[in-house]
Design a binder for this molecule. Structure first.
Ligand code: URA
Length: 248
């Protein structure tokens, strides 16, 4: 049952934050410094979902505070927004050691927190940053970010219709000028999407995209399938660095 009022939603989000900060559902709690719940406007119309905290995020307990975060802030500024006006979260709330890729079991354990954040914040547009967030929230574990970036999709997530908008991860764009250009172009479409969500494709039923809003991890949803590695058809940009980052 969703919270009845806005203040109920805010309290529920704060309760969820405390739950995440004390979470021991996967082994990452043993190596993290701080869990990173996410931050921003709890009623934001625009939400960003990245991959997982890195070194600086783990130290500070805040999302996107390193180099990728600086770029994200710059991109937001270019469309007249600040990070305080959006909500920024990640698929994983704890840093994987040495910034390795999230593992399927970690995503499975952590994803109910993200579904609950989405249900409570009720964003109209969710911008997924890179492969891991895109594959999880689109419910399509096969199609990589290179194919779907910049293409809005209608989905039912967290119990309401949203526009899912996949874009490249800012960390990948830091290393690849061509990708940065594409990221800027995709980002520039966000204001229009926020103004007119009907630009996106028709709603995909929740069965395909989102299994449960419930916090229960006891019954792993269909989208908990392992995140597959990028296909051979995916891009040839800076594979050495960007593939290490698992960003496309
Ligand atoms: N990269 C992410 O995916 N998330 C962060 O919070 C920081 C860097």
């Amino acid at each position: 049952m969703p919270p009845a009022t806005e203040s109920d939603s805010l309290s529920a989000l704060e309760a969820l934050r405390r739950e995440v900060e004390a979470c021991t559902l996967c082994d990452l709690h043993k190596t993290r410094t701080r869990a990173v719940f996410g931050e921003g406007d709890p009623r934001a119309r625009l939400m960003f979902v990245g991959e997982a905290p890195g070194y600086h995020e783990d130290q500070q307990g805040r999302p996107f505070v390193g180099a990728a975060g600086k770029l994200l802030e710059e991109l937001l500024g270019a469309i007249g927004l600040t990070r305080e006006q959006v909500f920024i979260a990640n698929v994983l709330k704890s840093r994987p050691p040495n910034n390795r890729d999230p593992q399927p079991g970690e995503i499975e354990a952590c994803q109910p927190y993200l579904w609950r954040q989405i249900a409570l914040i009720e964003p109209r547009v969710i911008c997924t940053l890179g492969n891991f967030a895109t594959k999880l929230l689109s419910g399509d574990p096969i199609t990589g970010i290179t194919k779907v970036h910049g293409k809005p999709q209608r989905r039912e997530l967290g119990g309401h219709a949203v526009t899912l908008y996949p874009i490249f991860h800012p960390a990948a764009a830091l290393y690849t000028p061509a990708m940065l250009t594409t990221l800027r172009e995709d980002f520039a479409r966000l204001p229009a999407l926020l103004a007119d969500e009907s630009v996106a494709e028709p709603v995909v039923p929740p069965s395909a995209a989102e299994p449960v809003v419930s916090p229960s991890a006891a019954e792993p949803p269909s989208s908990a399938e392992p995140v597959v590695p990028p296909s051979a058809a995916e891009p040839a940009v800076s594979p050495s660095v960007a593939e290490q980052l698992g960003l496309f």
